[in-house]
Design a protein around this ligand. Structure first.
Ligand code: HEM
Ligand code: HEM
Length: 185
């Protein structure tokens, strides 16, 4: 058996589990963010969606930071040798952009709420002090950033999912299995 066949082919179970938890949470948070702003929603429903969105968003932020920390000490396994250099570079850039867009959305959401003087129930309960000052101008900038950033994130996620499914269904080259299943060896 050669050394190459002994090399790990999957992300660690921790990395895979975090990937799929964050993916599910983001896929829920995006529509919740849009639905909670629709006109004519019953007040209690709207309040519940806001609570889910804000606190879910903060949990996404913490999980993404945890992922990046884990990744720093557990680098991804090498890609299959069949993947050309150009595609490796695009995958790396796409993944970096996904991480950046997730952080951008979570931080802009946080700033929009805290600068606007609104609560983030989970952080308030834990006694975490506001990390940005109350400010109308800061709130407006963060609100616009959060609004427009969403389109970038959605585009990146769509592209990512199309490429992942192409690897899984058409090319069947082992790339999808690097991130699947979410648990186990
Ligand atoms: C909101 C949803 C999602 C986000 C934000 C997301 C984000 C990411 C990120 C940042 C990575 C890079 C991991 C790293 O190297 O640290 C990754 C890898 C991966 N994702 Fe996703 N993902 C999402 C949904 C999905 C879905 C739905 C699929 C499958 C249909 C998928 C399949 C994969 C695969 C196969 C990899 C490994 C790629 C490789 O080996 O280079 N992801 N994802
Ligand atoms: C990755 C995480 C997040 C995603 C993907 C996301 C996504 C979205 C989306 C799609 C909207 C609807 C925008 C619109 O139609 O105007 C929205 C709105 C909103 N989000 Fe987030 N969000 C995230 C994190 C957060 C966080 C952490 C907070 C606060 C703690 C937050 C607070 C808000 C608020 C207050 C709005 C309403 C904005 C307004 O007043 O116009 N979001 N979000």
């Amino acid at each position: 058996m050669s050394d190459a066949s002994l090399a790990p082919r999957r992300y660690t179970a921790t990395a895979r589990l975090l990937h799929w938890i964050v993916a599910l949470m983001v896929l829920a948070t995006l529509p919740i963010g849009t639905i909670m702003l629709t006109e004519g929603l019953a007040r209690p429903t709207q309040n519940l969606l806001f609570i889910l969105h804000k606190n879910g968003g903060v949990i996404i932020l913490l999980l993404v930071l945890l992922r990046l920390l884990w990744r720093a000490f557990n680098p991804p396994p090498p890609l299959p040798a069949s993947i050309p250099l150009r595609q490796r570079q695009m995958a790396r850039a796409g993944h970096a952009a996904l991480y950046a867009a997730l952080l951008f959305m979570a931080v802009s959401g946080y700033v929009r709420v805290v600068a606007g003087g609104f609560p983030i129930e989970m952080l308030n309960a834990l006694g975490v002090p506001p990390l940005v000052p109350r400010s109308d101008s800061l709130e407006a900038v963060a609100k616009a950033a959060h609004f427009w950033g969403r389109y970038v994130l959605v585009a990146l996620v769509l592209g990512h999912v199309v490429v992942a499914l192409h690897h899984a269904i058409v090319r069947r080259d082992g790339v999808f299995a690097r991130m699947w299943p979410p648990l186990g060896r």
